[in-house]
Design a protein around this ligand. Sequence first.
Ligand code: AMP
Ligand code: ZN
Length: 138
Amino acid sequence: MEKDCIFCKIANGEIPASTVYEDDMFRVILDMSPATKGHALILPKKHMADIFEMDSETAEKAFVLAAKVAKGMKAALNCDGLNIVQNNGEVAGQTVFHFHMHIIPRYEGDGQNINWVPGTSEAEERERVAQQIRSGLN
Ligand code: AMP
Ligand code: ZN
């Protein structure tokens, strides 16, 4: 547990939050400023600031849990769709530096706009960038 990390405290039950799900590795809570009804956060109990610090076991289990929560929301809230959002770094909009996944149920006419501005690219440039990223993998 990281000292002074609010999500460490919430995930490990030191600070109360509305809990949707809990197991030995994760707690899923409701976001205090929800984008829509049911907006939840998947928090690993182990501290990791972001995806760059994440181990494979936590990564695998986090997405399995995301699918479980999404299906539960569909059944219980009757949402029409759902966004998964996961911010890493200040530049990407992260404000709490303990890894978390936003699970945001969407409803027809909910007025939310969770999106980006599409850019443009040439095939040649995409190939160059793909090669650049491939060289960083393994
Ligand atoms: P992000 O911008 O991806 O780092 O998201 C942080 C999210 O945490 C925001 O949506 C906040 O509303 C939410 N949040 C911050 N503090 C709390 C808290 N104590 N309980 C529940 N949600 C929180
Ligand atoms: Zn933490």
